[in-house]
Design a protein around this ligand. Structure first.
Ligand code: OAD
Length: 250
């Protein structure tokens, strides 16, 4: 039975009157869909070391191992559905003149839930890209058995995600900073706030006068910087927030 979430009048008033909202999501928003988070009790990085799997050198020295890991995660994600947290964000979007959804997730669940203006900062796990010519491959299959997927140019294909030590996509990064700087309300949802530069967006928003709100099941390194924190699962918090907002708007 979902708990009854209390929101402050300040937050509801802000959300009723403002025009620009930005949201940062992390693995926690997909947790209730069954996608494991990276850190924490059952986190993926407890079982696997990021430096062994999520970087370019690891890929070049053992592409089969890295592909195995990404195929394992693709399998985990395929067939998984968005949860009420994703759907509530999609519902929130048309209520504002400007709404930017910045996500660190590579699972594509925001798009599946109907969100439109999404910035995928860390790429998308279902897309492949050539390590040499950069061609994006529509074939989303990883290697079958021992065959590694190759581009038409002959070089290896890799998952189109950002690995440790790599730069984030330039356009997405710029638009995310713009949204953080110019928004009136900023939500940080289901992220540990450890990985940069995403973790700096809530602080950029706050420095520029936004009302910043965190939704997480536990305290994070960002919590003390927030104007408001709601410690409960996002799949419960976000639908209740949208419902309350609709009541306030009526
Ligand atoms: P983390 O695994 O670091 O953090 C997930 C956060 O979600 C934690 O703070 C949890 O407390 C919270 N959480 C768990 N369940 C929740 C729920 N139902 N509702 C709300 N919050 C919940 O994931 P990220 O912060 O996304 O990067 O990690 C950032 C990046 O680190 C990832 O994009 C990935 C990883 O290395 C790359 O691979 C480049």
């Amino acid at each position: 039975m979902p708990q009854n979430i209390q929101f402050t009048r300040t937050l509801l008033d802000h959300l009723r009157s403002v025009e620009k909202v930005a949201v940062l999501t992390g693995a926690g928003i997909s947790a209730e869909s069954g996608v494991p988070t990276f850190r924490g009790e059952n986190g993926l990085w407890k079982k696997y070391r990021p430096e062994e799997l999520a970087n370019f050198d690891a890929f070049m020295s053992n592409p089969s191992l890295v592909w195995e890991w990404y195929n394992y995660r693709r399998d985990l994600i395929s067939g998984i559905q968005p949860n009420p947290g994703h759907y509530a964000l999609a519902e929130l979007e048309p209520m504002y003149r400007s709404f930017t959804l910045i996500t660190q997730n590579v699972d594509g669940l925001h798009r599946l839930a109907g969100s439109k203006h999404i910035l995928e900062l860390h790429g998308n796990i279902m897309i492949n890209r050539c390590i040499s010519c950069g061609t994006v491959a529509s074939d989303v299959q990883g290697p079958q058995d021992t065959d590694l997927p190759h581009c038409e140019c002959g070089e290896l294909l890799r998952p189109d995600v950002v690995w440790f030590g790599e730069s984030l996509p330039e356009r997405e990064l710029r638009l995310a900073f713009d949204a953080a700087e110019s928004c009136d309300v900023f939500f940080s949802i289901g992220t540990s706030g450890i990985v940069q530069p995403a973790a700096s967006f809530p602080l950029v928003a706050k420095q520029n006068g936004a009302y910043v709100v965190e939704i997480n099941v536990e305290e994070t390194v960002l919590s003390s910087h927030m104007d408001e924190t709601v410690f409960a699962p996002s799949g419960e918090v976000m639908p209740q927030l949208v419902r309350r907002l609709n009541e306030v708007r009526d």
